[in-house]
Design a protein around this ligand. Structure first.
Ligand SMILES: C[S@@+](CC[C@H](N)C(=O)[O-])C[C@H]1O[C@@H](n2cnc3c(N)ncnc32)[C@H](O)[C@@H]1O
Length: 429
């Protein structure tokens, strides 16, 4: 028998908030237990609840004198999900409340069923006032609100709002196989309304998300799902025919495939520390009909994977806090900790230093993150440039804002995810 979607949603939230699993991992564990027709509801519930978590909790708190629910992870999750359903989804009130009360019983919280019923009924009747402090209103943990304010004193409210917005579904078109106007026509014929991206010549933005199975040419690899900001990496690296190209942190392989679409005659090595995630790179390559040498290894230890032949182009899409992609992964707000940006920077710098040694003289390395914290971005690159006499700044995309030697795109800017790019060129000896 399948699990009711609200019960599954409670388990997903509990796994993220109590056990530190990512939303993707937690959802993967519950998705197949829920009937297919209920899966969109499961998704809408958990994404909304994680987007607005502390704001929803503050609203629940105004409706009950009790606070023991905060100490019971399952009850807390059930109330937060119910609060989101009352405000953000179109479920009729009686159905939403009775299903949540039923979920309380299934979760062995029968003694709290009366309280769940009373709180959710009130929520469906009227929206409680919004919290007055900014961090709770934007549903940010305090440290993150402070960090954003410190990094972007003028822009941080817009950044916080962009993090809570629904991101567009954006596609990348392989223009060698179908020109973008023809792709837009093919989508329109299938009833999928879409617009060309304003920044990347390969980008197509759907008016509304659709399952990839509805996309013409998806199975054949003409189209891939990728945010427009991420589509700037391959043209910036600009591999040439015959180049040896290293994609050092490749999984799940969105940029690996784009590199090969951009330069089919390049030889690409796709490296990732995670063998499990590297399988996604292989799957994406197979779908698109491209080939790369896929290696599961630590990029910071070239002895384990490098044959001694230098690379003309290296993409370092470094592991980061993901602070620029919160709108796609709202769990990031609750999984990261205050010291993460400073903690990640030395590892990012080490990857940059190490990979510089395998770059050919005259070669180009693009350093990218999906973070908007300066510690992980311009500070890493500035420290590197100060100590690397054979490194100089290369060209940058004509978007975002210049920060040190890089280019920072803030989330929501021209509809894109938050992204940082720096382009580093090695002098010819
Ligand atoms: C930001 S994601 C890369 C996204 C990818 N470039 C794309 O466009 O699809 C970072 C990746 O780096 C990998 N990673 C982290 N540390 C690594 C290391 N030391 N060596 C190799 N891969 C690493 C992670 O497993 C993760 O898959």
């Amino acid at each position: 028998m399948s699990t009711p979607p609200r019960v599954a949603a409670v388990h997903v939230l509990e796994r993220v908030l109590e056990r530190g699993e990512t939303l993707d991992e937690a959802l993967e564990g519950q998705f197949t237990r829920v009937a297919e027709r209920d899966r969109p509801l499961l998704q809408a519930l958990v994404y909304g609840a994680l987007r607005w978590l502390t704001r929803l909790e503050a609203q629940v708190a105004t409706l009950t004198p009790r606070d023991d629910w905060r100490r019971d992870p399952l009850l807390r999750a059930l109330l937060v999900l119910g609060a989101w359903e009352a405000q953000g989804l179109a479920t009729p009130a009686h159905a939403a409340v009775s299903e949540s009360v039923d979920a309380a019983r299934r979760l062995r919280r029968a003694r709290a069923a009366g309280m769940v019923n009373a709180v959710l009924r009130k929520l469906h009747k009227a929206t409680p006032p919004l919290p007055t402090d900014e961090a709770t209103r934007y549903a940010l943990p305090g440290w993150l609100a402070e960090h954003l304010r410190g990094a972007w004193p003028e822009d941080w409210p817009a950044v916080a709002e962009a993090g809570n917005a629904h991101p567009p579904m954006t596609l990348r078109v392989d223009r060698a196989r179908i020109p973008r106007p023809a792709c837009l026509e093919a989508l329109a014929e299938r009833g999928v309304a879409a617009q060309p991206g304003a920044v990347a010549p390969t980008a197509v933005i759907l008016d509304d998300p659709v399952p990839v199975a509805r996309l013409p040419g998806f199975a054949e690899g003409w189209l891939s799902v990728q945010d427009e900001a991420a589509q700037l990496a391959a043209p910036l690296l600009d591999p040439q025919p015959g180049d040896r190209v290293l994609d050092a942190c490749a999984a799940p392989g969105g940029k690996t495939v784009h590199l090969l679409e951009h330069a089919p005659a390049a030889t690409v090595t796709a490296l990732d520390r995670s063998a499990r995630r590297l399988r996604q790179v292989r799957d994406n390559l197979a779908r698109a009909g491209h080939e790369a040498h896929c290696v599961a290894a630590d990029a910071a230890n070239p002895d384990a994977w490098w044959d001694g032949e230098p690379f003309q182009r290296i993409l370092l899409d470094a592991p980061c806090t993901g602070s620029g992609v919160i709108r796609r992964h709202p769990d990031i707000k609750w999984l990261r900790r205050a010291d993460d940006p400073a903690r990640m920077a030395p590892a990012q710098r080490q990857l940059l230093d190490t990979l510089w040694r395998v770059l050919a003289p005259g070669g180009r390395l693009v350093y990218a993150t999906c973070s908007i914290f300066p510690e992980e971005n311009e500070a890493v690159v500035a420290g590197f440039l100060a100590e690397q006499p054979d490194a100089s700044r290369g060209p940058l995309p004509a978007v975002g804002r210049r920060t040190g030697a890089g280019c920072q795109i803030l989330p929501g800017e021209q509809g894109m995810d938050g992204f940082f790019y720096a382009c580093l060129e090695r002098s010819v000896e």
